[in-house]
Design a protein around this ligand. Structure first.
Ligand SMILES: [Mg+2]
Length: 411
């Protein structure tokens, strides 16, 4: 019998901000920027959520819903620091920990009963240890599958523990809305509703063949999920297998939509630099560069390119990103730009021998640059083109590109 926990920090960004400014406690707080800015909400406190504010909503909309909310800028370095503390606590309970995002993780506790006791007792101990170790609240779901544990931690919020006993999975999931199943987004929900399927039990009652015919492979995964199994793209690997991120990305929302080629090029280079920096921090190389562009009317395009060799070098990423952009760009004003590194590798693979000397020189330069950045902050050293890019990093509590966050078949 397997035992999995899903541990999810409660209102993580807001709670971390509260540690630095206790006067925020209990108030409607919006993390992500100021109300007159163009970006989106990174996180909202429970008090702010009561007004209908949620993450990814434009800051201005949040302000309209709740003008008395306190708007604070996000502090990525604080969240990373606390995410690290969360990880340290989790590791005391199992060596098999998979951080699914900055503030949530799966733990495989299979076979630890002699050490930690039955799942519910272990979950309570972890809950207390998290409070002691981080001064933060979390919610924990425990069950025989990651899927059920994830749904359970959500039901346990805020600051709760919920254990679904073996054999009780279907009874627990049955009465919930289909939307509660991880990976079921707006589009799938709409499609399921159109078939008269509203609750998980409706889904579980269907023939697999019907779901497969209707939704393809994703339908089969759905059928498994409805039964409480770790089915489909979310849970391909074992917990703790490959802790590396599957993709690294940075996005920027312009404060004023722009069609200015210089400003756009500068931002692409800046984003590429940030991605490259994180690749080097993680000792990863990328083989696929992807860009995302969103126009004023919110129409959004992505374009990807596979490189002939894996890289972690600013200029190579920037060059690829710019080439992709200029091939895809209609010339209309841009609202958002993103640069993504995918197909990540833990080593360079086959080095392009001809490029090696040039590459080696770059690597040395970049090492020095990274050292300077560590010392004086990220904005200090920058490739020339990015100097003009007025830059502001945006962080999201639930970024879409973390391992475990994005089902392979959806929307
Ligand atoms: Mg959370």
């Amino acid at each position: 019998m397997k035992t999995f926990f899903h541990v999810d920090m409660d209102a993580f960004f807001v709670s971390v901000e509260e540690l630095f400014d206790p006067s925020l406690k209990g108030k409607p707080v919006v993390v992500g920027g100021q109300p007159d800015e163009r970006g989106v909400v990174s996180a909202a406190s429970y008090a702010a959520r009561k007004f209908g504010i949620h993450s990814a909503m434009p800051l201005r909309t949040a302000y309209k819903l709740c003008p008395q909310a306190i708007f604070v800028d996000g502090h990525r370095e604080r969240y990373l620091e606390y995410s690290e503390k969360v990880f340290v606590v989790l590791q005391q309970f199992s060596p098999r920990v998979e951080m699914a995002s900055i503030d949530e993780a799966y733990l495989d506790l299979t076979g630890t009963e002699r050490l930690h006791g039955p799942p519910l007792a272990a979950a309570h101990r972890l809950h207390e240890a998290m409070r002691r170790g981080t001064s933060l609240n979390c919610s924990i779901g425990a069950s025989t599958s990651r899927l059920v544990s994830k749904v359970a931690s959500d039901q346990a919020k805020p600051n709760g523990v919920l254990w679904i006993m073996p054999g009780g999975e279907a009874r627990f999931l049955g009465p919930l809305d289909v939307r509660k199943i991880p990976g079921v987004g707006k589009v799938t929900e709409r499609n399921l509703h159109a078939c008269g399927i509203r609750k998980v039990r409706d889904l579980a009652a269907l023939e697999e063949a019907f779901l497969e015919e209707r939704f393809g492979k994703w339908g089969l995964a759905l059928a498994g999920k409805a039964r409480g199994e770790d089915a489909g793209g979310w849970f391909d690997g074992e917990v703790g297998e490959g802790d590396d991120p599957k993709s690294i990305s940075h996005e920027h929302t312009f404060s004023v939509d722009t069609a200015d080629t210089t400003a756009i090029d500068a931002m692409l280079v800046r984003l590429a630099e940030m991605v490259a920096r994180r690749l080097r921090d993680h000792k990863l190389w990328t083989r696929t560069v992807q860009i995302k562009l969103r126009y004023s009317d919110f129409s959004t395009f992505t374009r990807a390119k596979t490189l002939d060799h894996a890289t972690q070098i600013d200029t190579e990423l920037a060059e690829a990103a710019r080439a992709l952009f200029h091939r895809a760009w209609s010339g209309k004003a841009i609202r958002l730009l993103g640069v993504y590194a995918q197909s990540l590798e833990a080593d360079e693979g086959q080095t392009n021998l001809l490029e090696e000397e040039k590459t080696e020189r770059w690597r040395k330069t970049l090492k020095a640059v990274d050292r300077l950045r560590d010392k004086y902050g990220d904005g200090t050293v920058s490739l020339a083109a990015s100097l003009k890019a007025g830059f502001r990093a945006r962080v999201h509590e639930n970024p879409e590109n973390l391992p475990g966050k994005t089902p392979k078949k959806e929307e």
